[in-house]
Design a protein. Structure first.
Length: 149
């Protein structure tokens, strides 16, 4: 009797990430949360706001709060350059938040099985990083947007 082997190909989930740089490190945000990427506009300060909160901008008639990722990660303050951008993210249906980054590099597809846990020493529910992906010899830390805001 002949044996018939059936192979089922496992389809791996693959997500796209907007990859950006902050202080010579690569980070990514799931592209499904990204609304747009804009050049640096004038940011209006808001008194008595948290240190990482840069202020607010007006975008398409809406007021959008802006967070400095450098300050949120306890890095030195940014010096805006021609490559500095604000990534406008959709946190939920009615909430947008702008994230200041040093530069936006590319959109990259990374299979879910290639996203590793960031570190056993980090408390996952308190970390800004939900995982780490790899491209060639570079590591890309994936932001946990819920922990950002």
């Amino acid at each position: 009797m002949e044996e018939l082997a059936v192979y089922q190909e496992k389809k791996s989930e693959e997500k796209k990430y907007v990859v950006f740089g902050i202080k010579n490190e690569n980070f990514g945000i799931d592209i499904s949360f990204v609304n747009s990427i804009i050049q640096m506009p004038h940011i209006t300060n808001v008194p008595r706001s948290p240190e990482y909160y840069s202020g607010i901008i007006t975008l398409r008639g809406e007021v959008v709060p802006v967070i400095s990722l450098r300050r949120k990660m306890n890095l030195d303050d940014e010096a805006y350059t021609d490559t500095s951008r604000i990534i406008i993210t959709d946190i939920d249906k009615d909430t947008q938040v702008g994230l200041i980054v040093d530069e936006v590099k590319e959109v990259l597809s990374i299979p879910d099985e290639e996203i590793m846990e960031p570190s056993p020493f980090l408390k996952k529910d308190e970390s800004l990083i939900s995982g780490v992906g790899k491209r060639d010899d570079e590591l890309i830390s994936v932001f946990n947007l819920e922990m950002l805001v």
